[in-house]
Design a protein around this ligand. Structure first.
Ligand SMILES: Nc1ncnc2c1ncn2[C@@H]1O[C@H](COP(=O)(O)OP(=O)(O)OP(=O)(O)O)[C@@H](O)[C@H]1O
Length: 368
């Protein structure tokens, strides 16, 4: 499968106060989106998902800066720290990559019709397009995706929230971007509007209107519905990547397992959530812990985890996890029988496949 988006070693930080260290919101993240694929990005609130969405969609504005990394988007290469990359990014925004942000429906101006919005969007990239052509182009796309053509004549208040969100989603694809970065696009929608938007996004891919989607959410149920593969983030880093069902139901990384077992708790007075099944809270991204950032909360942490950055281990076909504990288990599983494999992966976990971490906790305890 060919690669549509390749992000390598992306680090991005917010510097809000000169007297304080920057917030290292995304730190050395590498991901790949394949042609025709929907890739989910999940993790607790504050783990850097939206920041990564901003970088991947080339929407990087102060106080956010990119400190390292390379991006390849539909054959266009950008080195995000070289002078001139912003100009290049500006030319690609909307045309090569488009962002559907949280609460996108609110971009519609209440005093103007949807058709005015369509014209504004298209005209800003295609100064010569006539209003008639712009509206016709949108109408065709609406029909293709089973949205009523009459929505173009409506003012935003005449449409439901779900319809407004779908309208903005479709308008964001009018310049035929290769990649759509959808950042929590279904948040604040009721269940039936969520379903309709997910169907619309699947339609965009199936009809090859777009060639790939990065779908950001903290709702794990949605990942199953829309994504082929998923990357799990913790404290600004990717900890596990693989096919969605494998990552969610046969998690390799202790954090993914915790996330799957979690009761997500909304913290009073904020829109942040934390996981209740494991103690502690995610670290401050101004001063993340050394080694593995999850080690202070990890039920299977080893001494090395607090000292050294974990290796990225292949745990199956197209699956990786960044974890010392997983690395040790893979090594044990690969060792010949009787060669000190006590406490290694259990039955069914061959050299190329780590077993789900849930059972692994018990196995490891037995080996100590
Ligand atoms: N404009 C900003 N200025 C300073 N820090 C920011 C800003 N936006 C985000 N951050 C910080 O960057 C870190 C990552 O935030 P980000 O919004 O990317 O996470 P997230 O996983 O998308 O969270 P959520 O699910 O709540 O949107 C957090 O520590 C957050 O407080």
């Amino acid at each position: 499968m060919s690669e549509l988006l390749v992000a390598e070693g992306i680090s991005a930080r917010y510097r809000v106060d000169a007297d304080e260290p920057p917030v290292r919101a995304v730190d050395d993240v590498s991901i790949v989106l394949h042609e025709g694929e929907s890739l989910g990005i999940a993790g607790e609130s504050g783990c850097g998902k939206s920041t990564l969405a901003s970088v991947l969609s080339l929407n990087v504005h102060p106080p956010l800066t990119v400190t390292s990394g390379r991006l390849e988007l539909a054959g266009h290469r950008l080195s995000l720290t070289e002078p001139g990359w912003r100009r290049q990014a500006e030319a690609m925004r909307g045309k090569v990559v488009a962002l559907l942000p949280q609460g996108a429906m609110n971009v519609l101006n209440p005093t103007r019709r949807v058709s005015d919005f369509v014209y504004d969007v298209l005209q800003s990239h295609m100064p010569r397009i006539s209003r008639k052509e712009a509206v016709e182009r949108a109408a065709e796309r609406f029909e293709q995706l089973a949205l009523p053509r009459r929505a173009l004549d409506a003012y935003p208040h005449q449409l439901s929230g779900g319809m407004r969100q779908r309208v903005v989603a479709v308008v964001s694809t009018l310049l035929d971007p290769a990649v759509l970065i959808a950042d929590e696009p279904t948040s604040a929608l009721d269940v039936s509007s969520q379903r309709a938007l997910l169907k619309l996004m699947a339609g965009l891919l199936e009809r090859r209107i777009i060639r790939g989607i990065v779908f950001i959410t903290h709702e794990l149920a949605l990942l199953r519905a829309v994504t082929h593969r998923v990357a799990i983030m913790y404290a600004g880093q990717v900890v596990e990547v693989g096919p969605t069902e494998d990552v969610l139901f046969r998690s390799a990384h202790p954090y993914t397992k915790a996330l799957m077992d979690a009761t997500i708790v909304l913290e009073t007075g904020t829109r942040r959530q934390r996981i209740e099944t494991i103690g502690g809270a995610p670290p401050s991204l101004m001063a993340p812990p050394p080694g593995c950032r999850f080690h202070p909360r990890c039920p299977v942490a080893m001494p090395v985890c607090s000292r050294e950055t974990p290796p990225v281990v292949t745990v199956g076909a197209g699956r990786t996890a960044a974890c010392w504990w997983v690395a040790e288990r893979m090594q044990q599983a690969a060792a010949p029988a009787g060669a000190g494999a006590a406490g290694g992966a259990g039955p069914g976990a061959g050299a190329g496949e780590a077993e789900a971490v849930g059972e692994g906790h018990d196995t490891r305890a037995a080996s100590q």
